[in-house]
Design a protein around this ligand. Structure first.
Ligand SMILES: [Zn+2]
Length: 228
């Protein structure tokens, strides 16, 4: 992603925004006991016979009304309704103009790398948070939307969970990779449940201590080199 390019002011703004995302050491799943993902990450999808591209998240099947919890401490960078609506042409396929419904995107910061990543929650009934809010792990962001309503974007009730490690573009992220319409690369998106598992394994207290100690050693070595 090169949304900010080399413009120094844009770089600075990006840096300052990223610094406002709190560090998160462990992650949790946004819902418990969801059924097997109906659409996995990277799957080629078509709806009503129309190809949509590759899926940039995991779809978790769960009853409408289920609370959706934040996977980890972060700051809300996007919270809005992208309502679906019936297709004005009744004979047209698809019958619905589908969308995200209520969507929330949260920015997080990795204490080991200081890099940022974003969790994306789509197709919710309502929003319980606002853009700019700091959120804690497990905090309710919204609830899963009822099937085929404008609020869930006209889909069967489910949660779309995405993980994005690119630069925040300042606007909603896509749910599908569909070039040339979708300008982000697949590489910036990750299978969410796998990402959470790996993140937690890499951020156990023991591993964090080791990493910090290694960082201090590198700093010390650099300082002593500088003196001689
Ligand atoms: Zn999805």
């Amino acid at each position: 992603m090169t949304t900010n390019g080399t413009n120094p002011l844009a770089r600075l703004m990006h840096y300052l925004r990223a610094m406002s995302y709190p560090h998160v050491t462990q992650l949790v799943l946004p819902i418990e006991n969801f059924r097997a993902n109906s659409y996995g990450f990277g799957v080629y999808c078509s709806y009503d016979g129309i190809p949509w591209g590759r899926h940039l998240g995991e779809d978790m099947d769960i009853e409408a009304g289920t609370k959706v919890r934040c996977i980890g401490r972060g700051r809300v960078v996007y919270a809005a309704l992208h309502a679906g609506k019936p297709n004005p042409n009744p004979t047209a396929k698809p019958n619905w103009l589908r969308n995200w419904g209520h969507i929330v995107i949260v920015g997080h910061r990795d204490p080991l790398t200081d890099g940022t990543f974003f969790s994306i929650y789509g197709h919710m009934e309502e929003l319980r948070v606002k853009k700019g809010m700091r959120v804690e792990q497990g905090q309710v962001l919204g609830v899963v939307g009822a099937s085929h309503t404008p609020k869930n974007g006209y889909w069967v009730a489910h949660l779309h969970l995405g993980i994005f490690t690119g630069e925040w573009p300042g606007h909603v992220l896509p749910g599908y990779h569909n070039p040339p319409k979708t300008v982000v690369t697949m590489d910036d998106f990750h299978p969410a449940t796998d990402f959470i598992k790996k993140y937690n394994a890499a951020h156990t207290p023991k591993k964090q201590l080791l990493q910090r100690a290694r960082g201090q050693q590198v700093k010390k070595a650099a300082t002593s080199r500088g003196r001689h």
